[in-house]
Design a protein around this ligand. Sequence first.
Ligand code: UDP
Length: 321
Amino acid sequence: MKILVTGGAGYIGSHIVLELCDEGYDVLVLDDLSLGNESSVDKRAEFIKGSTLDEQILKKLMPEVDGIIHLASFKSAGESMINPSVYTQNNIEGTLRLIDVMSSYNKKNIIFSSTAAVYGNPQYLPVDENHQTNPINYYGFTKLMIENTLGWYKDLKGFNFIALRYFNAAGYDKENRILNLENKPQNLIPIIMECAAGIRRSMQIFGDDYNTPDGTCLRDYIHVTDLAKAHINALRRINDNNTIFINLGTGFTHSVYDVIRTVEKITSKKINYSVTNRREGDPAKLYSSSSFAKKSLGWVAKNSDLENIIKTTWSIYKTRV
Ligand code: UDP
């Protein structure tokens, strides 16, 4: 069975490619390398440099493909509010092109990389799949728009799709098979890691006056290997045709200070930080219900305790010290 992974050279995509190869799938990676790195792609997979915006490449690849895992997109919520047009182009136009080429080649199975950002400010916790979708950043909107489009193609063209809504992905493959660091990371854990590795001198905590036990925001961190394994389960169940939107989180939370303290403990490095203003759009608490993922995918997070997330990340970052 041949699976096309768009964005398969990126941080999450490359971990998914590893799992697919380990499970014996034939894997084709399409990535334009705008964020990804070819050396992150497992040698068992075939790599093609290109964009989902390139219809000719899509048409060339599609006949041999049995299923698609679609990740290729930009993913910075903050950037999407400043420069929405690249998100329109990459996340929306690129995906619409992919969907249309799929449809014209009668290919119907797609796992879509979505995000908790489709929910916007949580109205209740834990957030489950029935929570209203009301994104508060353009990035979240682009993902929601594609989810909705896939819903139409399910009805109109018989698509089978599962949209996996990721919470806070972090960690690295425990066998150190992915060595590339994220380029200009925007997320908390790689930023703290850069401090520990001496790549940056200090970091900022965006507010410590939230209504949480230590005043910093609580998030649901999920190990990227757990995320990757959920995609395999989703592929196996894609034809069941009754599960569509699934949260991938643990249901547990950690504060920004928890993460900093855990990094200091595991790395034995002091993290220099200052507390600044709150970042716009940050809810105090965000965590997922994991019960539907368990029920629908038979999936539970097994690698996502914070220490394991930090240890596997540090084992890559420490080589850069
Ligand atoms: N955060 C922070 N400093 C940073 C980056 C993030 O204090 O340099 C905080 C952010 O405000 C949030 C948490 O860390 O409370 C997780 O942020 P991240 O950007 O990793 O993920 P998000 O939950 O926003 O998707």
